[in-house]
Design a protein around this ligand. Structure first.
Ligand code: FO1
Length: 313
């Protein structure tokens, strides 16, 4: 059964927003369509960072300092592995590894990523439906000015997210089939939300999946929350990736990217002066505290987004 509230989601920003959303909408009424462009195999294990970040956050066990991984995890396994090989730059914690082992085992048994994701969410007590954008591996690649190409996690973590990005290559997502039920979920949703995630490598990836952008543009009713505050991303490399699309790093730049699919956008108080220009693009604007320092602020933000959508009391 399609759920009434559908949110497009990336990693940490989306997870914090969803933590707020479940306080104002029953989790059983929410589907989060999650970016899997960051997914990658490490040592034969399938790691899905954004699915894990959202799962762990909603389960209340995420490391709140980093926003990813388990709280109080240890790193004995990856440290030991570092003695055997020299590509252990991705910090997979000992408890976190259990998730990747289980996911990989189930995929090898023939289960789909959607199925495994649902099983893991259930095991963690997460009632929000988490839908990977596709069942296929559809890696986002970052092309640097020197012509070198890296997977997203290689660019972000291994190479430290340098600013010399020439292009973000979403062609794998553009070739991937949407996960079963995804397009139907977008069509049936009463409320469509775009979480405060990176517009290029989180939301842009989901929009690149065939049929997704068209479904959202046909309705043009989504409400977005700007992930940019005062000209800077709250977290992550959006300031180094938006310029590659010729987009200004500001709430106005985000609004321009979403203008054909959104009817409204929530921006931070720090960006209030941009409201008239955003409204001139045809978007309704709501000004709120968008830095989600705690779950109460996140709940207020979610309530504001729903009010702007105007679809729920
Ligand atoms: N981010 C880092 O900056 N360094 C890491 O070593 C790292 C490990 C990691 C392990 C599991 C996981 O689910 C996420 C992890 N992340 C790490 C976060 C992740 O790479 C990014 O925040 C997301 O891909 C962006 O949405």
């Amino acid at each position: 059964m399609p759920r009434p509230v559908v949110a497009l989601a990336g990693g940490v920003g989306a997870a914090r927003f969803l933590e707020g959303l479940v306080q104002v909408v029953p989790p059983e009424e929410i589907t989060a369509i999650v970016n899997t462009g960051d997914d990658r195999d490490f040592f034969g294990l399938r790691v899905c960072p954004d699915l894990d970040i959202v799962t762990y956050t909603l389960a209340g066990i995420v490391n709140r300092e980093t926003g990813w991984g388990f709280r109080d995890d240890s790193f004995h396994c990856i440290d030991a592995l570092g003695r055997l090989r020299d590509d252990t730059w991705f910090a997979l914690g000992d408890r976190d590894l259990a998730t990747h082992i289980q996911r990989s085992a189930r995929l090898r048994e023939g289960a789909t990523l959607s199925r495994v994701t649902a099983e893991i969410a259930e095991a963690f007590g997460v009632a929000v439906e988490l839908l990977p954008m596709t069942e296929e591996l559809a890696p986002t690649r970052v092309v640097r000015r020197d012509g070198s190409v890296a997977d997203f996690e290689e660019y972000l973590v291994r190479d430290g997210a340098p600013a010399d990005v020439r292009e973000v290559d979403l062609s794998a997502a553009a070739r991937a089939a949407p996960a079963p039920g995804l397009l139907e979920a977008l069509e049936a949703a009463e409320t469509l939300l775009i979480c405060p995630s990176n517009p290029v490598v989180s939301i842009g990836t989901i929009l690149a999946i065939p049929g997704v952008r068209a479904r959202l543009e046909a309705r043009r009713s989504a409400v977005a929350i700007s992930p940019i505050i005062g000209g800077r991303p709250v977290k992550g490399p959006a300031d180094r990736l938006l310029p590659s699309l010729g987009v200004e790093v500001s709430a106005l730049g985000v609004a321009e990217l979403y203008r054909t699919l959104a009817s409204g956008i929530v921006i931070d108080r720090a960006d209030a002066a941009l409201a008239p220009e955003i409204e001139a693009l045809g978007l309704a604007v709501r000004i709120e505290d968008t830095l989600m320092r705690d779950s109460k602020i996140a709940a207020n933000l979610a309530a504001a987004a729903l009010a702007l959508a105007g679809t729920r009391a």
